[in-house]
Write a new protein. Structure first.
Length: 765
């Protein structure tokens, strides 16, 4: 079905679209444009400022920079109040504290106490003396405040005149924001007809170039600033080493009404703690400066546009994941810049861009779904008719029963297979339509498929492949739905397999007959081999007696030659029979391995002694060696000896006179033992290498046919190697020699860890 707007765009006779159609086609980007305007308005109107402050405070919680160690707080705390039994100290006590701090080597001492009026003469004299001895290292506070009822008059509060001659002055004023928090800290304050530095700037003797105001860096851990009690300094309990060279802030740290300020992370801080925090920001150079707002606004709009396109290409869940990841990334960038470059980046607009982008995409998807709903409604009938057609023409029988086990649906082929009509079967009980064996296992609601026999209405049996499934139809979410509970249907799908079972039965019979014939063949070969060995032994024995003239000279020399030929032919025939017997024994599973640890050098010597007695073996150079580190082999000695003799005899057959035959044992790459027999003989054609281990296979070439054989030697080698868990590998080049490697697994290595050589019987097969 083609959407009306697509039709309009492709119809040349109606190129003009109505304003509603244009809006529908472009509503995603119009909505994006509206979201961008909202971001601009929120940013310029200051509506994002509270959110920005909150995000900034959250970033402070992830910072945790330690204090510099150059600042010390001397706290007029609860301990001091209890010791002095007073809520404040007198001028004489202040003088003593100043003297002790100066004498301890403090770089600067900031006293946040009220010295605006004189006291008694003795106390003032002591204070003036301490200030004078401070030699310019004492900082005292000044404040300004409007006179009550007079907006144009400012009250200036400062230490009494004599004291200001010996002390530096710093402004204490702290400005609260709309939430009664202290965020901004002014480094320069107006004072009378000029300017004056802040209290913290004056104490640490540092200022910020081109900055008159900073954002207090609550990311500096205030708790890591060394802190001593006022009473301990007064009593001389603080070590001079803890004060020397430090900037000391002295003041009330209790949360009194006029000394408590709301602060991020810490909840409430005293004025002296806030000034000490500002001092730390100056000392560490971590003066937070605000990032230019227009940059944040531009970034927010870019994020809105880019993410809207991305979210439109994703589903809601994937879009939500991307939105969360991008939001975390924006927060992480803000945190990193704040920690590394001491810049406070406004990120509220960018986060709002992420939220709006996700909202625009969700709105667009919802609109698309509503349009698709109309299309789906028209397609539903076509789909329904198509499904009915597919089910009705299906070659499998399909039967559906409801929760009361009454027939709800049956397709024509199913009715025919069960000897019913569709109309006559509807509404009937299951046992009347489809009778299953009583011993059929009950799988509950689990879907299953199996072969069984069903009984038709006429009593005849039918072999079928039956699938049983259950489906639950929950009430739809449509406002027109009246059903309140889930409906359960049982679906039976069956296929007539009578012909297939007949064919399968015939195949099983044929397979059994073939196995029986193979068994009889093996037994025949084994029996015949045993029967042939007895007379053949006699032929070989008597021909050897005649050949060696044990009972006297043979009259005619030709008879002696004939006896030698009879002996040689008999030995060859005996070898063929032995090979046939060995193949038969392996195939019938009658070969038993007796594993033991084999001395490879001794075994090589035995094999070479046997092979060197073969015809023409004396005309070849046969050698054996063992590579350094080669372990002994755990295997059946008789079987390994037969493997080596078969390989060596093949090499003797197919190697020219004067050629080299080499027997080598070495450790394998996998940790087992590898035995290789190589020669420089006639080699094997490339297309024959893969077949030479097949039983009775012989290479059909003149130079190979010259050496008679049954084609069983390499087949026996491979079978015995596999019986040991090993394998053989053949490498050969025509007219350039052959290499055959027998590779035994690591567990056959006599030196392998945790391997104890035992005499263990293992059967073939």
């Amino acid at each position: 079905m083609i959407d009306i707007y697509d039709q309009a765009s492709t119809n040349a006779s109606t190129p003009q679209l109505s304003w509603a159609q244009r809006f529908t086609r472009n509503q995603t980007w119009l909505t994006t444009f509206g979201a961008a305007l909202l971001i601009v308005f929120a940013s310029l109107s200051g509506a994002l400022n509270p959110i920005e402050r909150t995000l900034e405070d959250v970033r402070f919680g992830f910072s945790g920079h330690p204090a510099s160690g150059e600042i010390v707080i001397v706290a007029f705390d609860q301990k001091t109040r209890a010791a002095l039994q007073s809520s404040t100290a007198n001028r004489t006590q202040h003088a003593i504290v100043i003297s002790k701090l100066i004498n301890a080597g403090a770089a600067q001492v900031g006293m946040k106490f009220d010295f605006n009026v004189t006291s008694d003469e003795i106390s003032d004299a002591a204070l003036l003396l301490a200030a004078k001895e401070a030699d310019g290292r004492l900082v005292l506070p000044v404040t300004t405040a409007p006179i009550s009822g007079l907006n144009s008059r400012i009250f200036f509060r400062e230490p009494f005149a004599e004291l200001t001659q010996y002390a530096n002055l710093g402004a204490l004023s702290l400005e609260r924001d709309d939430h009664n928090h202290i965020h901004d800290y002014n480094l320069i304050h107006g004072w009378r007809d000029g300017l004056i530095s802040s209290f913290a700037s004056e104490v640490v003797k540092k200022s910020a170039a081109h900055q008159t105001s900073i954002i207090l860096n609550y990311g500096i851990d205030l708790r890591s600033i060394p802190r001593f009690s006022y009473i301990d300094v007064l009593n001389g309990s603080v070590k001079a080493a803890d004060i020397k060279g430090k900037y000391v802030f002295v003041g009330i740290t209790e949360s009194l009404i006029n000394e408590a300020y709301n602060a991020p992370i810490y909840g409430a801080l005293s004025g002296i703690e806030l000034h000490a925090l500002a001092g730390e920001s100056l000392v560490q150079g971590r003066l937070l400066a605000p990032f230019p707002a227009p940059s944040d606004l531009a970034l927010a709009i870019i994020i809105l546009i880019v993410l809207t396109r991305i979210f439109l290409s994703l589903n809601s869940f994937a879009g939500a994941i991307i939105a969360v990841i991008v939001s975390i990334a924006i927060f992480g960038v803000g945190l990193a810049v704040q920690n590394v470059y001491a810049l406070s980046i406004p990120i509220a607009g960018s986060l709002l861009g992420v939220v709006f982008a996700y909202g625009v995409a969700a709105y667009s998807r919802l609109n698309k779904k509503s349009r698709d709903l109309f299309k789906t409604a028209f397609e539903a009938r076509e789909h329904s008719e198509l499904m009915n057609s597919i089910i009705s023409t299906n070659f499998d029988g399909i039967v559906v029963f409801d929760e009361q086990d009454q027939l709800y649906f049956i397709n024509p082929i199913g009715a025919k297979m069960l000897n019913w009509t569709v109309a006559g079967a509807l509404g009937r009980e299951r046992d009347a339509i489809l009778r299953l064996p009583e011993d059929l296992p009950d799988y509950g609601d689990e879907a299953r498929s199996f072969e069984t026999v069903i009984t038709r209405a006429d009593g005849n049996k039918l072999d079928v492949e039956l699938s049983i499934t259950k489906t639950n139809l929950a009430p739809s979410l449509s406002q027109f739905e009246r059903r309140k509970r889930t409906r359960v249907y049982s679906i039976y799908t069956f296929r007539d397999i009578s012909e297939r079972k007949k064919a399968g039965s015939l195949m099983e019979d044929a397979a059994e007959r073939a196995m029986e014939a193979d068994r009889l063949k093996s037994e025949f070969i084994a029996n015949m081999s045993h029967e042939l060995r007895a007379p053949l032994n006699s032929i070989i024995g008597f021909s050897e007696v005649i050949k060696q003239e044990l009972f006297g000279k043979v009259g005619n020399p030709h008879y002696k030659e004939y006896a030698a030929d009879i002996f040689t032919s008999g030995k060859h025939l005996m070898s063929i029979i032995d090979d046939l017997l060995e193949v038969s024994r392996i195939a019938s599973g009658k070969v038993e391995l007796t594993d033991s640890e084999i001395d490879m050098e001794h075994l090589f010597a035995e094999c070479l002694q046997v092979v060197r007695g073969y015809p023409n073996a004396s005309k070849k150079i046969i050698s054996a060696s063992m590579r350094a580190g080669c372990p002994d082999l755990i295997a059946d000695k008789r079987a390994v000896k037969q493997i080596l003799i078969n390989l060596l005899s093949n090499a003797v057959k197919f190697t020219h006179d004067g050629g080299n035959i080499r027997l080598l044992a070495s450790p394998s790459i996998e940790g087992g033992v590898e035995i290789m027999v190589s020669d420089d003989g006639i080699g094997i054609p490339a297309d024959e290498v893969g077949r030479i281990t097949e039983a009775f296979h012989q290479i059909d070439r003149t130079d190979h046919r010259k050496s008679a054989g049954t084609g069983l030697g390499l087949h026996i080698v491979q079978s015995l190697a596999q019986l040991h868990g090993g394998q053989i590998a053949v490498t050969s080049t025509l007219n350039n020699g052959t290499q055959i490697r027998v590779i035994f697994p690591p567990e056959r290595n006599g030196r392998a860890p945790n391997v104890i050589p035992l005499d263990i019987n293992k059967k073939s097969g």
